[in-house]
Design a protein around this ligand. Structure first.
Ligand code: GDP
Length: 334
């Protein structure tokens, strides 16, 4: 064990942001510990293969004693809480599980830190989300949501995340912990799960191009999101924990686009100008309550952390379609 290397403990190491963060922390020469959940987790093998430098610890956000053990094993300088039930649609179907993991799980890990960190030195990052704002017309600031905007979550996921946000703030104020929330707007990329609309579209577009699929079924196409690249956003998380003071920050692009606009660009990548014949609407993919429009104002992070997204919207769509063309072509050969 090196005495000089910084040590990080990451929950959600098997997820999209966990992968990007593991790469970033490795480049920065951290000793990295990742929490992996469940017996025979099917993602374990892939993680071990891609990130041999990450030490995996079996623990669960619902089991506080396992988190205390993880803290004792990892002895981290920084903890990144990226683990959660993170899909809005799924959270409507599993609201209690979402509350337990996405909400109360944050309390469990904060308590594990408080009980093991006698010197109060650990820095804690909580993955908060733009879904806490809700996107309703009456609570929408013109320049986009910022750190002072009013919350109005529209899903069990958003409500659970709001608890995580407040309990993080509460531990900062109550125990003087360096505990912060990054309020991240949608961030996508080649590691995004296919249950999210961007990856669902780019995967389908690649398969349509390769003759593997005829059309794609989607829910509502009018909602707008502030979509950035996940690789840029993990840099912002890290910067929040290197700051002099613990503060919450919005990370966003400051631009918003509809799903229709995403479809326009994705299909253009494979030479199709009119996507309508390839898209069918299916109410199964519509939500009981929808977030109409999300637009973030990242000026505080830009000014205080020197953070700015590098990949723009067309760049993101292109990167994702190009990646899926390679992934899907490989699947044919197998
Ligand atoms: P979210 O912003 O965290 O909910 O991210 P998603 O990628 O899951 O959804 C983004 C938007 O796409 C939401 O407004 C969804 O209602 C909408 N959407 C439309 N069709 C689909 C679909 O087939 N799957 C998903 N996941 N979202 C869809």
């Amino acid at each position: 064990m090196s005495e000089t290397k910084k040590r990080a403990l990451v929950t959600g190491i098997t997820g999209q942001d966990g992968g990007h963060l593991a790469k970033l922390l490795h480049e920065k020469d951290y000793e990295i510990y990742g929490i992996i959940r469940g017996q025979h987790n099917p993602k374990r093998e892939a993680i071990v293969e891609e990130f041999p430098y990450v030490t995996l610890i079996e623990a669960d956000l619902c089991d506080q004693s396992s988190l205390i053990r993880a803290m004792e094993l990892a002895k981290p300088d920084e903890v990144y809480n990226l683990g959660a039930i993170s899909h809005v649609g799924y959270s409507f179907k599993n609201p209690q599980l979402t509350a337990d993991i996405t909400g109360k799980g944050v309390l469990n890990i904060l308590e594990a830190i408080r009980l093991t960190d006698a010197e109060n030195k650990v820095r804690f990052y909580q993955a908060s989300t733009s879904e806490m704002f809700g996107g309703l017309e009456y609570n929408r600031p013109e320049k986009g949501y910022n750190e002072d905007s009013a919350f109005h979550p529209r899903s069990p996921y958003g409500v659970a995340k709001l608890y995580g946000y407040w309990i993080t703030k509460n531990y900062r104020e109550s125990y003087n912990m360096f505990a912060v929330s990054g309020i991240l707007f949608n961030h996508e990329g080649e590691r995004r799960g296919p249950e999210f609309v961007t990856r669902k579209i780019t995967k389908a577009v690649a398969r349509i191009k390769l003759g593997l699929q005829e059309y794609i079924e989607l829910g509502d196409l009018w909602p707008k999101r502030d979509w950035g690249y996940a690789g840029d956003y993990v840099e912002g998380m890290w910067r929040m924990l290197q700051a002099d003071e613990p503060k919450d920050y919005v990370l966003a692009t400051g631009e918003t686009y509809s799903i229709e606009q995403f479809l326009d660009l994705a299909f253009k990548e494979i030479g199709i100008d009119d996507w309508h014949p390839y898209v069918k609407q299916n109410p199964a993919f519509m939500r009981p309550a929808e977030v109409d429009l999300l637009l973030g104002d990242p000026s505080k992070a830009e000014k205080e952390l020197g953070w700015k997204r590098e990949v723009d919207f067309p760049g993101l769509v292109k990167l994702m379609v190009e990646n899926d063309l390679i992934v899907e072509a490989k699947n044919i050969k197998l």
